[in-house]
Write a protein that binds this ligand. Structure first.
Ligand SMILES: Nc1ncnc2c1ncn2[C@@H]1O[C@H](COP(=O)(O)OP(=O)(O)OP(=O)(O)O)[C@@H](O)[C@H]1O
Ligand SMILES: [Mg+2]
Length: 468
């Protein structure tokens, strides 16, 4: 021995030392000769399998456990790695590695090394059971959330918790007289919600009158909204005209796109809202109106106020119960639900029995939906009319959509051309999330399992890519 500070295998000398090392190993080890006679088993073997070493030494494994995988390794003289095995008689789950042993170049037997993963398997089973239970509760919660809603709100498809929360809030405000301001991008369902509020109020049997504030020329604003008496001005109808506010008397008036009102007319509208009466052109006495007001906008009114484009006093009058409907990309798990809702409707209407192909669902899920639910509705209608069936394929979708969708996908997959590595990684990460959601049919628990990430990380990433 030249250098004492290095331990060499040959210095360890005898078999006894080697055996004491094997005895200390946590994994079970069993060594078999070519005819499967067990020539060695370490104490972990007994600990894991509960069989004393003395009971197996000298006996043939082919007789004790004829079905075990390591016998194949013995027969084929080939190692087997990472094999998952269940010892049914003992209820044990094992992960085994079988290696071949050679002496002087000749195959003399095998060493089977195994780890007890019973506890891990049991815990995993328990987690899965709990997960199923949690999924079930979550679904029930959504179900009960929707179930308790008044019928008109059930027209609005969606089960995302935020969406349900919005419907519940609107349902609470509906039976009151309160003014409601519905905010949201184009096509998110502002008008549908306004109607649902009206139909769930005591005014449901009275008129629901819509004023599209973007469509009324400034000069016609007063005659359209307040009306005029017969002969009030040249060209006026002889019997006069009832303004929209008077038509909405005892019902609801829906001020759609209220952010588009010219500044000058905003004051006139405010006056009606404050005084609850309109001055008909040509009439010398004001006409009292009792109309519940619901306004909608896809503009940021608060910003418009700070920019001096929208009157602050009118804003405060309208912004009593603001309700923001989120764009579709903020609740992508509702995309397939809503798409299938429209598919059912149009299948009925056009007497077809079509269903979506996987590629179409994938395209739907990976899109940003700038036109929201209305756009989805239009695309499904287009597809149902065009498709020969039974599957709706990508080519049945409008060309503009597939073009946009391809561009968006390309930007997701190959943004290297214009941006650094980080954005490429982000694109890939977002794609993986979308794909997992698609494969799991929008089941988030399954998707996060598929991706092998924790619940917290999963939700952070959904939020990051606006997939929540
Ligand atoms: N959650 C939903 N479930 C089912 N259908 C919906 C839903 N949201 C919207 N729709 C349908 O989508 C279409 C657009 O809705 P709506 O006209 O209410 O949107 P909007 O926000 O008023 O749009 P815009 O800002 O363009 O006026 C309608 O046909 C409506 O019935
Ligand atoms: Mg609208």
């Amino acid at each position: 021995m030249q250098n004492k500070s290095f331990l060499r295998l040959e210095d360890m000398g005898d078999v006894e030392t080697l055996l004491s090392i094997l005895s200390a190993i946590y994994e079970g080890i069993v060594v078999m000769a070519r005819d499967s006679t067990i020539v060695y088993a370490n104490p972990a073997y007994t600990r894991i399998l509960g069989v004393p070493v003395s009971k197996v030494l000298g006996r043939k494994c082919s007789e004790i456990e004829p079905g075990v995988k390591c016998l194949e390794a013995l027969k084929n003289q080939q190692p087997i790695h990472n094999h998952y095995e269940i010892v049914k008689s003992l209820g044990k789950h094992l992960l085994t590695d079988t290696t071949c042993i050679y002496s002087g170049g000749e195959f003399v037997g095998i060493a089977n090394i195994f780890r007890d993963i019973t506890e891990i398997v049991q815990l995993n089973n328990q987690i899965q059971k709990l997960q199923k239970y949690a999924d079930n509760l979550e679904e029930q919660l959504c179900y009960y959330g929707r179930e308790s809603l008044p019928e008109p709100f059930k027209e609005m498809v969606g089960k995302h918790p935020v969406f349900i929360q919005i419907l519940k809030f609107a349902a609470q405000v509906a039976p009151t007289e309160a003014t409601v301001l519905i905010e949201g991008e184009s096509g998110v369902g502002k008008e549908l919600l306004a109607r649902a509020i009206h139909l769930s109020s005591p005014r449901k049997n009275k008129p629901f009158i819509t004023i599209n504030c973007a469509a009324i020329p400034e000069t016609l604003f007063e005659s359209e909204l307040f009306g005029y008496e017969g002969g009030a001005f040249t060209g006026a109808k002889s019997g006069g005209k009832k303004g929209k506010f008077i038509l909405a008397h005892e019902g609801t008036i829906f001020l759609d796109e209220v952010g588009e009102l010219p500044f000058s007319t905003q004051a006139k509208l405010l006056r009606v809202l404050q005084n609850h009466e309109v001055d008909q052109i040509g009439s010398d006495r004001p006409f009292p109106v009792n109309a519940r007001v619901i306004a909608a906008t896809n503009r940021d009114l608060q910003k418009m106020v700070s920019e001096g484009k929208f009157r602050q006093d009118l804003y405060y009058r309208l912004n009593i119960f603001p309700i923001r409907i989120p764009p579709l990309r903020e609740h992508p798990e509702d995309i397939t639900l809503i798409a299938n809702h429209f598919l059912g409707q149009f299948n009925n209407k056009y007497s077809k029995k079509l269903f979506f192909s996987n590629e179409v669902i994938q395209a739907f899920l990976s899109d940003s939906w700038p036109g929201n639910v209305r756009e989805l509705e239009n695309i499904v209608r287009h597809a149902v009319i065009i498709a020969k069936g039974p599957e709706i394929k990508l080519e049945d979708l409008p060309a503009y959509f597939t073009k946009r969708n391809n561009r968006e996908k390309k930007n997701m997959i190959n943004p290297l051309a214009q941006s650094p590595l980080r954005s490429y990684l982000n694109g890939a990460e977002k794609e993986a999330l979308v794909e997992a959601l698609r494969l799991s049919n929008n089941n988030r628990s399954k998707a996060m399992k598929m991706l092998g990430i924790s619940r917290g990380t999963f939700y952070n990433k959904l939020r990051k890519y606006c997939l929540l």
